[in-house]
Design a protein around this ligand. Structure first.
Ligand SMILES: [Zn+2]
Ligand SMILES: [Zn+2]
Length: 409
């Protein structure tokens, strides 16, 4: 987890710079693909994701080292061939994991955040999950485990494979000729994020597009079908926590309402969107029927609210970056406590973007949280190198600013 936190010290600024470059480019060519709150929501989903991952908040059901120790039938040395084979195996696993995520109710819950933006830009790539709390994907690396690919190779290639999926989240790059036959490109991934009937659940590849062509999920971007982005059951919120668990909540409510016991069980494993007939009849849950007339989520906000949100965002991202810089010096409990603080900051301002009263609740909760830490575990402020008075003072100001900004529509 320490090496992951260290890698993020480089990855976060790099991604931020690239997002800003795309914003500047869009402004320059008068074709802006970013909206202020949507962008902050994307970046904030990234914040919650890296927090969750760096704190190791997941239960690993099956790990790659375990799998390869039991199943390897050959041994691969640390050669170039091994690295190539490992990369292809990771991409193959990624394709099937992605396909599973799109097609099964319970798995869709952990992927919906990535599709929840109704825009499409580099920042969308950072919308990553915090609801993937059970680690099972090593199973999909079975071919690599059988061949005896060392875990050290998988561990290095895993993050690189993920970072390699960043660049194609853009509307500023057209089709790329012969590359379209080999790699997933911006054009193909626009199709993937689109909810037009022609495009939905297509192009599930991550780096290589050959899997889609091979397994029948490929769809070319068509001139006559302009992509409309998002999900069929729109999130209508900027709060990453709500988005991450909205589908899970809906499934839970449906399971509760279902009259047949078998429906309460099978709803989790049915195709995405499936609902028991009796529940669907009694409790309507509309989805987008016409993607061209649908109005994107865009709650009213005055300039004051935007300024308050932006300052809160800057404070959260600064604390996050500082947190990763001193990550190795902190004990586990201190990491959890600081992680919780950053998480509450994000909850506060993303709810404020929604214009929701939850913003005040989260702001108040953060003040209580700080007081409780002070009473129970005061050494964390020393370890963090930030005085308690400063944090509680800033928090109090933030509560007042939030209360004020909530009235600014
Ligand atoms: Zn997807
Ligand atoms: Zn994507």
């Amino acid at each position: 987890m320490i090496s992951y936190a260290n890698a993020l010290l480089y990855a976060i600024p790099a991604f931020m710079v690239l997002v800003l470059l795309e914003v500047a480019y869009g402004h320059f060519v008068k074709n802006q693909k970013y909206r202020f709150f949507d962008t902050l929501s994307s970046l904030s989903s990234g914040v919650t994701n890296v927090l969750k991952d760096s704190l190791g908040l997941a239960i690993v059901l099956i790990s790659y080292p375990y799998l390869s120790s039991k199943l390897a039938i050959t041994e691969m040395s640390d050669s170039a061939v091994t690295w190539v084979v490992a990369f292809i195996a990771i991409d193959f696993a990624g394709y099937w994991n992605h396909r599973l995520s799109h097609h099964i109710n319970i798995f869709w819950n952990q992927h919906v955040i990535h599709h929840s933006s109704e825009d499409f830009n580099l920042a969308c790539a950072l919308r990553q999950s915090i609801s993937n709390v059970v680690g099972y994907t090593a199973v999909l690396l079975l071919p690599a485990a059988l061949l005896g690919v060392p875990y050290s190779v998988i561990a290095v290639l895993g993050p690189l494979h993920l970072f390699g999926q960043f660049w194609y989240h853009t509307q500023h790059i057209g089709k790329l000729g012969w590359l379209e036959y080999i790699l997933v490109t911006p054009s193909q991934h626009r199709v993937h994020h689109a909810i037009n009937p022609e495009y939905i659940d297509k192009n599930l590849g991550q780096i290589f597009s050959v899997w889609d062509r091979l397994f029948g999920t490929f769809q070319e971007e068509l001139d006559e079908v302009p992509p409309r982005y998002g999900v069929l059951k729109p999130a209508r919120t900027y709060n990453p926590l709500w988005i991450n668990f909205q589908h899970f909540y809906n499934l839970s409510v449906d399971a509760w309402h279902a009259e047949r016991f078998v429906d309460k069980l099978r709803i989790w494993f049915m195709p995405t969107g499936w609902r028991p007939a009796d529940v669907a009849a009694r409790y309507e849950r509309p989805i987008i029927e016409d993607v061209y007339t649908y109005e994107r989520y865009d709650p009213k906000s005055g300039l004051l609210r935007k300024v308050v949100v932006f300052i809160q965002f800057l404070l959260a991202i600064s604390l996050l970056f500082y947190f990763f810089a001193i990550f190795s010096d902190l004990e586990n409990t201190e990491r959890m406590l600081v992680g919780g603080l950053i998480f509450l900051m994000v909850m506060g301002y993303t709810s404020l973007m929604d214009g929701s009263k939850w913003a005040l609740a989260f702001e108040a909760l953060r003040v209580v949280y700080l007081v409780l830490i002070y009473l129970a575990y005061p050494s964390v402020f020393m370890a963090l190198g930030l005085p308690y008075a400063l944090l509680i003072g800033l928090s109090a100001v933030s509560v007042m600013a939030t209360k004020w900004a909530l009235t600014d529509e």
